[in-house]
Ligand binder design. Structure first.
Ligand code: IDP
Ligand code: MG
Length: 139
């Protein structure tokens, strides 16, 4: 399969808990190549834009609050089947349901504070990459 890119965000809960290094180690041990990496703090405008697909859902407001609550790390990853592969490594959205060995099982807390984001399609990757690495001057 051809190489593909995906966007990983290490969310504020995992940064606060001191898990950046653990998560990057898992990523590298699963053969992803890091192409871009930056630490930033999302402001409300960027968080709303990043998660616009979820606007109106019951968890949207809390999600925006959570994602603006502290620094995050944004990473562009490259690998065969990177999008599905990273979501598999991340585990289920609900950390309690995430399979053993996945990032969310190891470092997530619940349904919202689940340690990482991963793009769900090539279109999402393009959009999210644009928000974080092109239109966002957050730092
Ligand atoms: P994903 O991150 O596994 O792709 P999405 O459905 O895209 O999950 O939701 C985006 C983010 O919104 C989740 O990672 C999580 O932080 C939060 N979220 C999703 N569903 C819920 C929920 O039912 N309650 C609280 N937060 C949620
Ligand atoms: Mg999603």
């Amino acid at each position: 399969m051809a190489s593909e890119q995906t966007l990983c965000l290490i969310k504020p809960d995992a940064v606060k808990a001191g898990n950046i290094g653990h998560i990057i180690t898992l990523i590298e041990n699963n053969d992803f190549t890091i192409r871009k990496l930056k630490m930033l703090e999302m402001n409300r405008e960027i968080a709303e834009k990043f998660y616009s697909v979820h606007k109106g859902k019951h968890f949207y407001e809390n999600l925006v609050e959570f994602m603006t609550s502290g620094p995050i790390v944004a990473i562009v990853l490259d690998r065969d089947n990177a999008i599905a592969g990273f979501r598999e490594l991340a585990g289920s959205t609900d950390s309690w349901k995430a399979a053993e060995g996945t990032i969310r099982h190891l470092y997530g807390t619940d349904n919202q504070e689940n340690a990482v984001h991963g793009s769900d399609s090539p279109e999402s990757f393009e959009y999210e990459h644009g928000v974080i690495f092109e239109s966002c001057n957050c730092h």
